[in-house]
Ligand binder design. Sequence first.
Ligand code: TYD
Length: 139
Amino acid sequence: MSDNKGARIIQFPKIHDPRGNLTFIEGKNHIPFDVKRSFWIYDVPGGEVRGGHAYREGQEVIIALSGSFDVLVDYGDWTQIYNLNRSYLGLYIPNLTWRQMIHFSTNSVALVLASSDYLADDYVHRYAEYLELKKNDSA
Ligand code: TYD
């Protein structure tokens, strides 16, 4: 299956500097949607899982600002695991894409850029409903 409609890694600029490296994100140049909201996940106890849902419309870019974690992307008929461990890489996740964030390292920080305000109704929490929505989407 083509990856075009799926999740993909975005590489942000990295300014190497002996004083410390710097990365920046320009919404219009680096993010495939208008960023409406950012949040970050931190202090994750060992073994915990975040995510475990899809959004009907929402798109996200997930960045491991510090430490590392895995993002398991589940398209219903196949899955892919992205290990995020570089702060100049982001994982773009389109709408209708089930994701779980797992294997957080100690002191990791996950920055998430989102395409919409927080909308509880945009969440798909039931995996069976997700599969149904995916099926209808590709029909
Ligand atoms: P949730 O998205 O369910 O976290 P995760 O999927 O990573 O487990 O959000 C957890 C709680 O935080 C939930 O009660 C809603 C609240 N929340 C907001 O109020 N605003 C936000 O932007 C986000 C992402 C969550």
